[in-house]
Design a protein around this ligand. Sequence first.
Ligand code: ACO
Ligand code: ZN
Length: 158
Amino acid sequence: MQQTFKLRKFTPDDLQSVMQINRVCLPENYMDFFFMDLHQRFPETFIVAEENGKIVGYIMCRIEVGLASFGLGGLVRKGHVVSIAVLPQGRRKGVAQALMTAAMEGMNYYKAKLCYLEVRVTNDPGVSLYKKLEFEVSRTLNGYYSDGEDAYVMTKKL
Ligand code: ACO
Ligand code: ZN
């Protein structure tokens, strides 16, 4: 099937669209300065998908330093997917997969050695997406979300 969307870096003009998609798609919402801070610090991993000139999805990430897994040893840089969402009408066209792949390229640029994220244990679309991209569940965080739901931490070596 022909791809009907294109990816590009987030720019400050996209802020309201991205915040709107975040509110429509996820219960975890953030203030405008939170989005802008991630864009300013990690522009290579804040990406939007456009279809017919409208933003239909985004991914935003943070680079952190932490203890390695996968036997990498010592402290390593990790790419943390803070939030990804695609509007309902734009789903199942590969948008999220493309956003994840592009963000992981950005993480490579920042010299991150692995990528991780938290996802609700009942989020079947999310968990399926990450499994398709060869992420593995590394642990469960009990009561991670504000409504008490557990999170899986899912990780992939870059
Ligand atoms: N059911 C089962 N598998 C799914 C589903 C689904 N509803 N959606 C995606 N997948 C899996 C499939 O393996 C799919 O490949 P396939 O279509 O060839 O079978 C693969 O993921 C890639 O799907 P995409 O089309 O790239 O995913 P999409 O663009 O539809 O976006 C997303 C997936 C982001 C999870 C979307 O459903 C969404 O925005 N959901 C609400 C917000 C959300 O849950 N975000 C993730 C929270 S965790 C976090 O942000 C770190
Ligand atoms: Zn997180």
